[in-house]
Design a protein around this ligand. Structure first.
Ligand code: ZN
Length: 285
């Protein structure tokens, strides 16, 4: 039996209450509920204003466990790929302004009209390579988030932890006997990786310098929507305490970011949602 996680390691990924609150309300709610970490999405950040958000986050002493999200590199033509790179450079700047511990990369799928999956995967590598120096300069680590293969066509053609780590190793080679730089790594999201038979080995391979974020929720059976039917911890089939034990065994000591995109939970009172998140984090993760 795994001991309950430390309550102060809970972080709120703001997608969890995105239909109920704006970012100011989310920041104030974290402070009110004693939640010490927050991970905003860029639409809400733009709406509030990045400097205003940075000040408010500082005022409440919150840790920004990530900015969601950069990525979406593949495009049908060079102009589209350039636009994606420019957008990622802006995201890196915004992440630096709010003091985010990483910029989460949902890397993108296959360009419209294409069937070239390996070409799309190369565009992802080229896109990350094009922004990595800017990320290093701004001290914003890039966290590649492998997504469940059901999103391969439209959201992310990086689908396993090993595949994401291969990209890290290719773009940021680790010198013999030294640790990885920590400027590129992975975001491990329980929802996306729980099914992977190689997960334990991949987590062992990751090393703490590459493990930049840990996202949690649960996999419901049945799942009725591919995107917006994530479960609250404890309501599904993922053995979250066992997964946390693996993540901790690999050396990760960071936050546990609760990220629940769910039309069910978006209909609930957001203060009640946060109370349940805190209780389930303690009891079921
Ligand atoms: Zn995630």
């Amino acid at each position: 039996m795994t001991a309950a996680p430390r309550a102060e390691l809970l972080s709120l990924n703001t997608a969890t209450v995105r239909e109920q609150w704006n970012l100011r309300q989310m920041i104030e709610a974290c402070a009110r509920h004693g939640i010490r970490g927050i991970s905003p999405w860029r639409d809400k950040l733009d709406e509030l204003g990045v400097h205003e958000a940075a000040a408010l986050i500082r005022q409440h002493g919150l840790t920004v466990t990530g900015l969601c999200r950069g990525g979406m590199f593949p495009a049908a033509d060079a102009a589209g790929r350039r636009a994606a790179i420019d957008d990622n450079l802006r995201a890196i700047d915004d992440a630096a302004t709010i003091g985010a511990r990483c910029l989460v990369l949902v890397v993108g799928g296959i360009p419209a009209g294409s069937k070239d999956l390996s070409g799309a995967r190369q565009m992802v590598i080229d896109g990350i390579a094009a922004v990595l120096d800017h990320a290093r300069a701004g001290r914003v680590p890039l966290a590649i988030e492998p997504l469940h293969p059901m999103y391969c066509a439209d959201r992310a053609c990086v689908n396993t932890l090993d595949q994401a780590l291969d990209i890290c190793d290719a773009l940021d080679p680790v010198p013999p006997g030294a640790p990885p730089s920590g400027m590129i790594g992975v975001a491990v999201d329980a929802y996306h990786v729980w099914w992977d038979p190689d997960l334990a080995r991949a987590l062992e391979r990751a090393r703490p310098e590459r493990l930049l974020a840990y996202h949690i929720c649960d996999w419901l059976v049945p799942t009725t929507d591919l995107l917006l039917d994530r479960g609250m911890m404890g309501d599904g089939v993922i053995d979250l305490p066992a997964l946390r034990a693996l993540v901790e065994a690999s050396g990760y000591r960071g936050f546990h970011e609760v990220e629940i995109l769910s039309t069910r939970w978006w209909q609930r009172d957001p203060d009640e949602v946060l109370r349940i998140v805190q209780e389930r984090h303690q009891r079921c993760s």
